[in-house]
Ligand binder design. Structure first.
Ligand code: PLP
Length: 428
């Protein structure tokens, strides 16, 4: 057993002053038990905890670190900017450059507003959708997570799924009532809903590839069907690409599947490991955002120079010829290898991999809905998770999360991970 005494002490200390010892729930290891590892540093594909253990990191800050930890060019950009000042509350040219790059890469985005988190991005996009359509209702999918805004914290997957909270106390029923939840990958459910209340729906929001119930891709025709349905009923289609943006394809899921939403929310990768979110879309809609239009939305640190510079460098790095394709090839090899090793050990295993994201579900499959994902063996996952930690691999501490690759996850790192998987399954 690798030592954990310093992490244990750090956790005890943290729990006295932070709820659950953490600043975001899933970090606390509640779903898998044991002591959360307190991290001392990261470099490339690795993190080291305070006890000196090294792990290959597949959490990558929950997605953002697509070029790995402390990439020299990202570090250089951040240091250079820090020396010039960290925030001005006035416009900078770098913000425009990042907006141009996003508009260039993401097919449906013409105009974009930068914010500080994914939560802020989805919250603001929905306010905008309601203003644009002058309608109240939002449709979301079971098990999809869009941040912790009140009206989106209904059947919200991820940390919420892990803890089995159907909802959160403190969310007013009146607010939750305007959010309608339907099953993902069920076009008939969407059609029936629009048949009933289609004229009240401002927007359908979804993760085009679900990532917060574990990775679950859309069924063929599903995104296209939602596109037609929303258009026919005058509702907006919002792709929450906070996770999938620049992760499943350089142009997001909308480029991968060839379906253009009206609005897109982004985050994670576009900040290169610093806090950023963004929402954008058709000019006609985005023109409603203040100060151009009446829909108010602001932020003291929005478009923060450090985050924008880190994001710009990160996007440029993954756009280098072959870089993204190499990552996807390795993700494929890793996901297929892990599933094969688990099955050979007699475990139920279903693997889903899209671009640089993947999940290994301990379930026979197929998995297309949240109900299917919830059928996974979470106890088995918890044991597997700890066996992998012991073998030097840090996966997400929950069955209902994606694993992420970076450009720093070389073929040698993939080989190491597959060997660790073989050791881990033999110890279960
Ligand atoms: C992470 C995530 C969010 C929330 O982003 P934060 O930056 O954590 O607020 C929203 N939507 C999706 C799809 C996410 O994966």
């Amino acid at each position: 057993m690798p030592p954990t005494s310093r992490s244990r002490a750090a956790f005890d200390r943290a729990r006295r002053v932070l709820p659950g010892g953490v600043n975001s729930p899933v970090r606390a290891f509640k779903a898998v038990g044991g002591v959360p590892r307190f991290i001392a540093r990261g470099q490339g594909p690795h993190v080291w905890d305070v006890d000196g253990n090294r792990y290959v990191d597949y959490v990558l800050s929950w997605g953002p670190l697509i070029v790995g930890h402390a990439h020299p060019e990202v570090v250089r950009a951040i240091c250079e900017q820090a020396g010039l000042g960290t925030s001005y509350g006035a416009p900078t040219e770098a913000e425009t450059a990042l907006a141009e790059l996003i508009a260039d890469m993401v097919p449906s985005v013409e105009v974009v507003r930068l914010v500080n988190s994914g939560t802020e991005a989805t919250m603001s996009a929905l306010r905008l959708a309601r203003a644009f359509t002058n309608r109240p209702k939002i449709v979301k999918m079971e098990g999809h997570y869009h941040g912790h805004a009140d009206h989106l914290l209904v059947s919200a997957g991820s940390g919420v799924a892990t803890f089995g909270l159907p909802n959160s106390p403190g969310v007013l029923p009146a607010v939750a009532q305007e959010t309608i939840v339907i099953p993902f990958n069920d076009l008939e459910a969407a059609e029936a809903l629009f048949e009933r209340v289609g004229d009240q729906v401002a927007a359908v929001i979804l993760e085009p590839v679900a990532g917060n119930m574990g990775v679950v891709p859309p069924q063929p025709g599903y995104l296209e069907g939602l596109r037609e349905l929303t258009r026919a009923h005058g509702a907006l289609l919002i792709f929450d690409e906070v996770m999938t943006g620049f992760r499943v394809h350089l142009g997001g899921a909308q480029a991968l599947y060839g379906v253009e939403p009206d609005l897109t929310t982004l985050g994670k990768v576009i900040g290169g490991g610093l806090p950023v979110g963004a929402y954008g879309g058709r000019r006609e809609i985005m023109e409603l955002v203040a100060p151009e239009g009446p829909v108010y939305q602001a932020g003291t640190l929005s478009g923060n120079p450090l985050a924008v510079r880190a994001g710009l460098v990160t996007l440029e790095l993954i756009r280098q010829p072959g870089a993204f394709e190499a990552m996807v090839r390795r993700a494929e090899r890793l996901a297929q290898g892990m599933v094969r090793i688990a099955r050979e050990a007699g475990l139920p295993a279903t693997g889903h991999q899209v671009g640089t994201m993947f999940s290994l579900f301990f379930a026979e499959g197929p998995i297309t809905t949240y109900a299917d994902a919830k059928g996974s063996d979470t106890d088995l996952y918890a044991r597997f998770f700890h066996a992998m930690l012991e073998a030097g691999v840090y996966l997400a501490p929950s069955q209902f999360e994606a694993a992420f690759l970076s450009t720093a996850h070389t073929d040698e790192i993939i080989d190491f991970t597959l060997e660790a998987t073989a050791q881990a399954v033999n110890r279960l």
